[in-house]
Ligand binder design. Structure first.
Ligand code: NAD
Ligand code: MG
Length: 302
């Protein structure tokens, strides 16, 4: 089939080759990893994401917004017309500053809130600060998460179990609860779960358990908030190339094969996630509640 020249590159693209089939070298970063130091670099949409006003005037709080999927969400939301509050760990200031520049380049406001989501005080302060700076809140994206691979249950200690649960699911409960009094009808909550909620890897027991919990929390809360006009949904990424993977998210020897066992045959790039979050946050998904949208390169899900 042939296509007229002009729009081809934007509207007709082979998903197998749209992004490169990467073979990352074995590498290590302390937790949390930095996008700045990741090899190869990721595509978070800096040069490609085009907004069409789908989130014009919205006020969004995004956790884990400095890097990876959260950074791609922040870039997309800003180019769709939203102002954003960015949550991240203090060690990620450099990545967060990069994203601030992209958001401001789109003519939107970015407010930075470094802190640790496993700290209940920060969860409350984050929401208070975001509401104050944004002048309200109508979109929450619970995206932050930690993933530390441990091969043997005998080595999976109480401290790691607790830290993973505090960061990945308890913070969602705390931030969402703090945000609720500010959310009016039309507001949205989207949380990042994972393919791991459905197909747990043997070395990610604590992580996968939190992702299953996020799915269940999402489905229950969606029903509770539906009558108030607040929609709650989730996105379940498959293997996406981000700093999470090199800061002990995977066994090191697995990195060169990352994502190659998907039907598309390659890892996903963070920017490929952004349209799912935009869809679930924009009013065009008004009849979609309690849903988990899979963005995983084709791995079948129940
Ligand atoms: P990432 O490392 O770029 O982002 C994760 C972010 O979580 C970090 O940037 C950090 O700011 C934040 N975070 C971690 N611990 C925190 C804490 N204690 N306090 C505050 N913030 C904290 O990696 P990513 O892959 O973009 O991860 C984003 C989300 O996507 C996570 O929830 C992750 O579980 C999920 N996910 C990722 C993949 C993948 O293959 N990359 C697959 C499925 C789900
Ligand atoms: Mg980061």
């Amino acid at each position: 089939m042939t296509h007229a020249a002009g729009n081809d590159q934007l509207t007709f693209q082979d998903p197998v080759t749209r992004f490169p089939d990467i073979t990352p070298p074995v590498q290590d970063q302390p937790e949390p990893g930095l996008d700045r130091e990741l090899v190869p670099q990721t595509d978070r949409g800096h040069d490609s994401y085009r907004g069409t006003g789908r989130l014009e005037g919205r006020r969004a709080l995004i956790t884990g917004a400095d890097s990876g999927i959260g950074a791609a969400i922040a870039i997309a939301f800003a180019r769709e017309g939203a102002d954003v509050a960015l949550s991240y760990l203090p060690a990620e200031e450099a990545d967060a500053e990069d994203i601030r520049k992209v958001v401001e380049g789109a003519g939107r406001k970015a407010f930075l809130f470094p802190g640790d989501l496993s700290d209940p005080v920060y969860c409350e302060e984050l929401v208070r600060g975001a509401v104050r700076e944004l002048g309200g809140l109508d979109a929450l994206v619970n995206n932050a998460g930690r993933q530390i691979a441990v091969e043997d249950l005998a080595d999976l200690g109480d401290e790691q179990w607790q830290h993973t649960f505090d960061t990945n699911i308890r913070a969602i409960y705390r931030v969402t609860r703090a945000a609720l009094p500010h959310l009016e009808a039309g507001s949205t909550i989207v949380s990042t779960t994972s393919v791991q909620a459905y197909q747990p890897s043997p070395h990610l027991l604590d992580y996968a358990s939190t992702k299953a919990a996020i799915n269940t929390f999402t489905k229950g809360l969606a029903q509770q908030l539906a009558p108030r006009g607040i929609r709650v949904n989730a996105v379940a990424p498959g293997p996406i190339w981000t700093p999470l993977q090199v800061s002990d998210g995977q066994p090191k020897e697995a990195l060169p094969h990352f994502g190659k066992n998907t039907p598309l045959g390659r890892a996903g790039q963070p920017t490929e996630l952004a349209p799912a979050y935009v869809f679930l946050t924009s009013p065009e998904s008004s009849y979609v509640l309690g849903e988990t949208l899979h963005v995983n390169g084709g791995t079948p899900m129940p």
